[in-house]
Design a binder for this molecule. Sequence first.
Ligand SMILES: [Zn+2]
Length: 225
Amino acid sequence: MINFHPELAHIQAFAEGTCPVNLALIISAHVDMCPRCQALTMQAQEDISVKELSRTIQTPGVDVNKDLNDMMLQIMQGTDFEPIDVQPVNCPLELDGRQFALPRALARYTQKTGNWSRLVGKLWQAPVDLGQDGQANFIYMEKGGRVPEHTHKGSEFTLVIDGQFSDGLADYDCGDFTIMDSSNKHMPFSEADEGCLVFTMVDKPLHFTSGLARLLNPFSQLFFK
Ligand SMILES: [Zn+2]
């Protein structure tokens, strides 16, 4: 069951198209998985349209019908549309012969996902090339896998795609979305039989805080960026 959702301000920014591209991608993937946030997004979009329309109607000298007609004409005559990316509805992600179904927003990145590499502590990582918007990662924790305790120099966005994990702060299930920053210190681990697959993005490297893992800090931008 999904317990962790994007905050309402982020859903509204997502609906308006004003939130940063990276955040929009992960929120879009969460919305694909979460009926509650789907309804909120639709409501926010409806509110925006109504506000836009009423503002237009109240502008002196504006003929709404003519403007709408002009807009429709422009759309119909437009030539610079992005081609639609034709992909099968669900391109599963594969690891060791296992297939993971991805939310629609992420399925189109299957082809842009690099090979899996095995990290320390029963962790697997596959980088996702977001083009000019940087990089994200799929991280898979096997049962018993753990990311060493760390804090964040920037923001860390995480969406659970499959399975469950905990981090000492809470337990997370499929579809849960979290944002962590420098005020959060945590140690993600999975005890689920099927392990846990997450999609994650950080804008600055992680900072490992405990024991031997601190030795990883000079390399953390290679692993968890
Ligand atoms: Zn939600």
